[in-house]
Design a protein around this ligand. Sequence first.
Ligand code: GLU
Length: 366
Amino acid sequence: MLGSASRFAAALILWAVCAVPAPVLAQAQSSPDNLRVVTRVLPPMVVAHDGALSGFSIDLWNAIAERLALKTSYQVAPNVTDLFERIRTDQADVGISALSITAAREAEFDFSQPMFNSGLQIMVRGRDTEDVSNPLREILALLFSKTMLVWLGIALVLIMVPAHVVWFLELRHPPGIIPTRKYFPGIFFSMYWAASTLATQSEQMPRHWLARAVAVLWMFVGVVFVAFYTAQLTASLTAQKIQGSIVSPQDLHGKSVATTAGSTAAAALRELDADVVEVTRIEDAYEALTDYKVDAVVFDSPVLLYYAANDGKGRVHLVGAPFRKEDYGIVFKTDNPLQRRVNKELLALREDGTYQKLYDKWFGGK
Ligand code: GLU
């Protein structure tokens, strides 16, 4: 006989086992009417909010599953390679997110009909093309640049010549501009005079006639010096601007560009000879861009457009049109009979207007 306490404990265990609410991201067992669907969080295709999944792809799948009278348990893969791996190794039955249909993937898996037109696009910092960088940052970068250091060095060496001549002549001229007979600090007065004459206009002029002649000559040198220096700085600023701007995929050559690991974007970037920074979550790529750790993000255009219009508004913008067209599909292991049934429902959802309704919901169409 079981005591009442142990009976209570047994009941409790039974209750715990049966009453575990099916969590949204549960790793459930496959059964004919319960499908394990693997996905990736990529707003607005797949959005994770408080542990629950939504987004265009999720809504679309739920509509398909409903028509097929199938239950779904979702799992989230850390990257797209892992997602395909789960399909390959039967850890999941179906994959849906922003999965680009490619020849290599098609050779190994089966895709549904294209469910969404997408493409790869470039995203950079700034509001629009004219305002790619921050002017304050540019000025600071220039102030602490090598060019600036070189010109300061040249100025310092140049100053020494008139400073010594004027110091020597003025020393012998009692009402001159050097108030002391000692080399230090006398030479500093003279250097200060030479520096201020070079940069702008000095307050005083030497008294000795020869020193005055040297001063006039020095003022001309100053004009030439400022002209050269301005030209050099302008040139290096322009060069920086030209080098810095990304207007087409070819400009990504040698640039550091963030994208997700294993994505079609990562493969395209390697072809373009970019320095690819692969991250797990697309949000990490956005952060790397806004934190000035990378020069651009290349990824699926619907995902980038959504970020640029929402969280990234005013901080990032997209460059040009998608440079490589791609279609998304729902992925199955080869010869899964489910593929045909899903294709049929996908078409039915397009025909009865559900697809358009979902599209408008997530992409703000009219
Ligand atoms: N469309 C991308 C691909 O299939 C998505 C990559 C990802 O999920 O990170 O490669």
